[in-house]
Design a protein around this ligand. Sequence first.
Ligand code: PEP
Ligand code: MN
Length: 339
Amino acid sequence: MIIVVRPGATEEQVNEILEQLEMHGLTAHISEGTERLIIGVIGDKSRLSADSLEVLPAVEKLVPIMESYKLASKAFRPEGTSFDIKNVTLGGKELVIMAGPCAVESEEQVESVAAKLRACGAKFLRGGAYKPRSSPYAFQGLEKEGLQILRRVADRHDLLVTSEITSENDIEYAADYLDMIQIGARNAQNFRLLSAVGKSGIPVLLKRGIAETIDEWLGSAEYIMSEGNYKIALCERGIRTFETATRSTLDISAVPVLKGKTHLPVIVDPSHAAGKAQYVAPLSLAAIAAGADGLIIEVHPNPKAALSDAAQQLTPEAFKTLTDEIRAMSVILGRTYPE
Ligand code: PEP
Ligand code: MN
């Protein structure tokens, strides 16, 4: 259930609502919109009658939420969410691009692309340090050292850092290196990990599970939000279908569907969906046209020599061409992209 607070209600009157909820063992999550204050109510509501809330002067109306996710639902923040990470806004008018190699292989490798990414308008540096590989014999990533490399390179080039964390044990020190924790597709329903990143308060890029429905995905977001961490962007990265021409099938429909179901910003990863570099640009443009708030794209200084995902990584030159197209397209869509 959500409680829509009457405009002009005093702080004292709002506190009356919060006290009622607390008395009945319910948790209140407050969403302060531009026009409305909304209170998301979580817990067993059977002992609290709607009447006892409706009589309170600050209550405008009570809206039941039928979905299993509440805080992630559009009703909780109808105007949409945008949030800042340092000087970058996610979910705002400006399209945000995160770019970098699939995996951090060495400081030289990341350093050799960082300035080019920044010059093309990218705001985040990406790069895997804990690589969730299908084979235990494949390159597993540089782990903590990889995060340290990302931080050093990003700081030299005025970039923010996002990278995947695969274990609760790594969250504590990851906070020293990351601006946004990436939860990968393979961990999208690792609920203990989701709750732990929720408790950490660090912004989260939540990938869609390989076989996760949109409602299940929003359930994953709810695990993070229910711990009080509302800084989440959802990342569509392709789903498993019968089609084999691409690595996964990019679910473009997910973008407008999410825009109707949730207030959270939506990012698209065309690289892992396509699995092939030649499809990354058309899928990127399609994602932006469908309403995505940004993209996460793999770029490697020498894709052929990459230790992982060699076929799908763009060269810095191809990335430049793509970002020029994105900039041109942003104008038509009423969005902006850095010069
Ligand atoms: C990644 O972005 O590094 C990655 C492994 O992607 P996904 O979890 O979507 O497969
Ligand atoms: Mn990859």
